[in-house]
Design a protein around this ligand. Structure first.
Ligand code: TTP
Ligand code: MG
Ligand code: MG
Length: 451
């Protein structure tokens, strides 16, 4: 019997093209193909579209302009860099704008000198987050082993996915590009390589709308000529230090790593020095991590019937304590502690209220959580009957084996909430306490949820 051929490790890095700008172009498709830069943020109701429509109406008064016409506003009605004054910077630029040398982090005034006719738009973060979730959902439908790396990029393990080995991964990459385009209208670029380090570099090779397939034996030809800065993990400081020793390319770094490994380690420290040497040789065995650390841990429950803070004090109090116990158990099971303890209430009119209380040192035990959550709850209005109560712990710290606390760093792009909802039946079987009537006055409200 012959065993099936060994599968090559195939890791993809997928990055959306000119992401924030491309999301804006979904709203204003008439700007496709012309230079557009994104600078500054847009808030709901800041009036940008209204001003745009007013401008259209003043140029073309022969017709009426409504929100439905945004995709038809003539290009010359849009604000350009030429009219900008201020100290803002570019968030991103479309590829036609990049031809003029403008790009992320450049001052808008400087960009205006290079490309005065570029259209200047603010970004709609809500739309950006929506599209970010949408393209990632498309990917995991086909390739479930995906690591979230930011608002517009992910690593995907192609190794075991059907088609993931065909043409080194190109077939699956093309399929993902087509599916993302069909679902969102957005384009992306994908690099496929033996590991994350090389895949990240490869995804830039044929941007935009590109696919690059890289094999280990191509290191010398395709990676070594690149600047050391192309390695994800070499920042401006390391680059400057390497340049001062005349190391410009990854190939030069690889050569140095071979000839003088001790120098790298004494110059950059043993662990980073070792990592630099590995990276220059294209070696990286870091796994594709499918989960990110939670930003908060919470429990909430919807009651079988609405409960009132005073009339149903005992039952509410018991639920409240139980939620804190559950959150404490979740925190301890996952080795987290937190500093911000929040409560969530939803009243009979579906109005949701949250209140937070922040403590000095991270806590994870039920009693401390109950006390802190009680302080948060005291600040919430409790007049109306409640249909839901929740307890949430944020500002998380990871509790290390030795008891040390490490703050959990969560980028805005990779936030997830660990969340469990106790079913009403589960809750009611555990709740033994009976309701008893109580007088309805505000002073009692304040005391209700104290220990
Ligand atoms: P990138 O993926 O770095 O850039 P991009 O998607 O705009 O363009 P490319 O085709 O080269 O991938 O960043 C993703 C988004 O993150 C970008 O659209 C805007 C935002 N961003 C900033 O807000 N500031 C920055 O300095 C950079 C680089 C990006
Ligand atoms: Mg991008
Ligand atoms: Mg990116």
């Amino acid at each position: 019997m012959t065993s099936p051929p060994a599968r090559l490790r195939r890791i993809a890095h997928l990055d959306m093209d000119a992401f924030y700008a491309s999301v804006e172009l979904l709203r204003y498709p008439q700007l496709a193909g012309i230079p557009v830069v994104i600078g500054g943020g847009r808030r709901r109701g800041d009036g940008f579209d209204e001003r745009l429509l007013a401008q259209a109406a003043s140029c073309h008064p022969e017709r009426t302009w409504t929100e439905q016409d945004l995709a038809h506003v003539p290009v010359d009605c849009f604000p350009t860099l030429a009219t900008y004054s201020g100290r803002g910077v570019i968030t991103t630029a479309t590829y036609p704008a990049r031809q003029f040398g403008v790009g992320s982090a450049m001052g808008l005034m400087k960009a205006a000198q290079l490309c005065p006719h570029a259209v200047l738009l603010p970004v709609d973060f809500e739309a950006v987050y929506r599209q970010s979730r949408a393209f990632k959902a498309i990917i995991t439908r086909t390739a479930p082993v995906m690591e979230n790396r930011g608002i517009d990029e992910v690593y995907i393990d192609f190794t075991e996915v059907p088609g993931g080995q065909d043409e080194g991964g190109r077939v699956l990459a093309a399929r993902l590009q087509a599916e993302i385009l069909a679902a969102t209208g957005l384009t992306c670029s994908i690099g496929i390589a033996p590991n994350k380090l090389l895949a990240k570099m490869a995804s830039e090779f044929h941007k935009p709308k590109g696919i690059a397939v890289l094999y280990a034996h191509e290191l010398r030809d395709r990676i070594w000529p690149l600047s050391v800065r192309k390695i994800n993990g070499i920042g401006p400081k390391t680059e400057a230090k390497l340049l001062s020793h005349n190391i410009h390319t990854i190939g030069q770094l690889a050569q140095l790593a071979e000839q003088a490994p001790a120098w790298l380690q004494t110059t950059f420290g043993p662990s980073y020095g070792h990592w630099l040497a590995q990276a220059a040789w294209g070696l990286d065995d870091s796994p594709v991590i499918t989960h990110s650390e939670p930003v908060s841990i919470s429990r909430e429950t919807t009651f079988e019937r609405n409960l009132h803070a005073v009339r149903d004090k005992a039952e509410l109090g018991a639920v409240f304590t139980q939620l804190c116990e559950q959150v404490a158990a979740d925190l301890q099971a996952k080795a987290y502690a937190g500093r911000t303890i929040g409560i969530k209430l939803r009243d009979d009119r579906f109005k949701t209220i949250t209140r937070d209380h922040t403590v000095e040192t991270p806590i994870a035990d039920a009693r401390s959580l109950r006390r802190a959550a009680g302080l948060a709850l005291k600040r919430a209005p409790l007049q109306r009957p409640l249909r839901l109560l929740g307890v949430r712990v944020g500002k998380l710290y990871k509790v290390e084996v030795d008891g040390a606390m490490r703050p959990v760093l969560t980028s805005v792009h990779s936030r997830i909430h660990s969340h469990a909802v106790a079913s009403p039946t589960e809750k009611s079987t555990r709740l033994k306490q009976k309701l008893h009537p109580a007088q309805d006055h505000q002073a009692q409200l304040a005391l209700l949820f104290e220990d």
